[in-house]
Design a protein around this ligand. Sequence first.
Ligand SMILES: [Zn+2]
Ligand SMILES: [Zn+2]
Ligand SMILES: [Zn+2]
Length: 267
Amino acid sequence: MKKIGTCPICYQGQLLEFEDKFQCNFMHSDQTFCNFFIYKSYSGKNLNLEIVLDLILNHETKFYSDFVNESGQKFEAALKISNGFIGFKFKNQILENCKCVNCEGEIYRSLKGFGCENFFLKRCGMFVYRSYNGVNLTDDHVKLLVSGEMTPFISNFLSNSGKYFTAKLYVNDSDFRVLFDYKIGDCPKCKFGSIMKMEKFYGCSNFLSDIKCDFIIWPSIFGYEISFLDVEIILSGDSTESKSFEWNSKSFEGCLSLDESLKLRVI
Ligand SMILES: [Zn+2]
Ligand SMILES: [Zn+2]
Ligand SMILES: [Zn+2]
């Protein structure tokens, strides 16, 4: 049998040529052996020696446009070794500049959403749908989510009861569900609570608890509608950028922050 090179997975065996594949011959005992193999053809494309050597030496090939899918259509792809198996890599389907936080895999676009390459091989749980509660995610949102980070505040989510709401999204690292986070920041008054948007104002999660924390930011001041981002900046102890206000038909500019008694002020 013809040897074509050292196995790129175990680095101990040699790939031997069989009728329909190249297979690693490494066997240490009945229990310990390497079962890496490369078929001689994938989706209608026969692999020549150059392609097989690319896989062995570089773990992936160049892009070729003469693969044929099950419906007989040609498609462009490269082959790559991923977790010990040969898989496809697609050009326009890869989300650039990000990797799965769980397994370092590439992130692929699919019809329904974005999944880790190993999700499609059933070896990783990372999958993010294209939209949540009526909001389509941008590529930047998806990149943050699959990297294990929280998105910025996203508005216009629609609740089951038909109300619009604003929240951040994150991926729960135990079951990979995408969840909402409503917390805007820590309460500067009681120090225990989280500040969230209540029905009529931004308030503390301890508003109704025994602590009865009454920290409040009203949603508008001098005709200016305060945004989630404004509240986030104010709670971090900083001042917002300059905003336009109006009082008694006169307009003026100023920055929002909290004063010593934790009341909102314009300076
Ligand atoms: Zn091997
Ligand atoms: Zn993954
Ligand atoms: Zn509080």
